[in-house]
Ligand binder design. Structure first.
Ligand SMILES: [Zn+2]
Length: 288
């Protein structure tokens, strides 16, 4: 519970409403449901020193090898969806808030502080979804175990397998085992029922990899592509990473999504692509 809510509910319980109304504006803002769809982009870190060979590229073939790790909040009049939750958990930060490096990953800000800055706490998150289970997308999952988890059956099975595949941190999402869960089986999932936020299955990178389609009023249609691609240079090639779960399935998913992009006119955001990320508005600014 936020301080303001605690104060408000205390005030209400004590029949002391003026107190709740007079909480100073310096208190954490508390977001109201927006009138129309919004998309916030958060900085959830970066990954440096990747070997381009694992993507079947030479360094000189890529504009940039380093990854960005974004997280996204979709705020809809009927609720919220948090999409991908980072590479290093907020709990790794020391009280001084200094940047944290683990291996080749670095984070400079916690996800929860970025949510708080726009008025959201983990309790305000209605739905949690990951593009896929790789550990650079799941770090803060346990903080959102109170949300309803939207996951492909094949992905969930792989996540909780006794001998999981690589690039997985089961501890980062162990609490989701008991979360309220909507299991998807490859069908489009219309999160809020009005066609504005749709999860689309795009397997191959992992067994239940998925992407997010948004219909934003001003920005227009947008596909947040997870790891369908890691670099723009991967588009229209048959290159997938060495650690791909199923290369052929990935190429089929890419073909389906390229056709969907054409049909829908949506723009494509490759999550890890630095050039894409640098151009984006970051929270507290938002797309609508
Ligand atoms: Zn991945």
């Amino acid at each position: 519970m936020t301080k303001r809510r605690l104060l408000a509910s205390l005030g209400a319980a004590l029949g002391w409403m003026p107190f709740a109304a007079s909480v100073p504006s310096a208190a954490q803002p508390q977001a109201k449901a927006p009138k129309s769809l919004r998309l916030y982009v958060f900085d959830c870190g970066s990954i440096k020193g990747l070997d381009p060979a694992i993507f079947h590229f030479k360094k000189e073939d890529l504009a940039g090898v380093d990854f960005i790790v974004p997280c996204y909040l979709i705020a809809h009049p009927k609720g919220t969806l948090l999409w991908d939750v980072g590479v290093i958990p907020d709990s790794a930060f020391q009280p001084d808030g200094a940047p944290v490096t683990q291996g080749i990953s670095t984070v400079t800000r916690t996800l929860k502080s970025q949510l708080a800055a726009i008025g959201y706490t983990p309790a305000d998150i209605t739905y949690l979804a990951h593009s896929h289970y790789h550990s650079d997308h799941t770090a803060n999952s346990n903080d959102f175990a109170g949300a309803t988890w939207l996951v492909q059956q094949a992905e969930r099975d792989a996540m909780f397998a006794e001998k999981p595949a690589g690039i997985i941190q089961q501890a980062s999402f162990s609490a989701l085992r008991n979360s309220k869960t909507v299991l998807l089986h490859g069908e489009d999932f219309d999160v809020f029922g009005d066609g504005s936020v749709i999860i689309k299955s795009a397997p191959g990178h992992t067994p239940g990899h998925q992407v997010l389609f948004l219909k934003l009023k001003k920005t227009g249609p947008l596909l947040v592509a997870g790891d369908l691609y890691h670099y723009p240079e991967e588009r229209f090639t048959d290159k997938t990473p060495t650690f791909e779960f199923n290369h052929d399935q990935s190429l089929a998913s890419r073909a389906a999504m390229e056709a969907f992009l054409k049909k829908s006119g949506a723009q494509l955001w490759i999550e890890h692509d630095r050039a894409t990320f640098l151009k984006l508005k970051k929270a507290p600014a938002y797309y609508e």
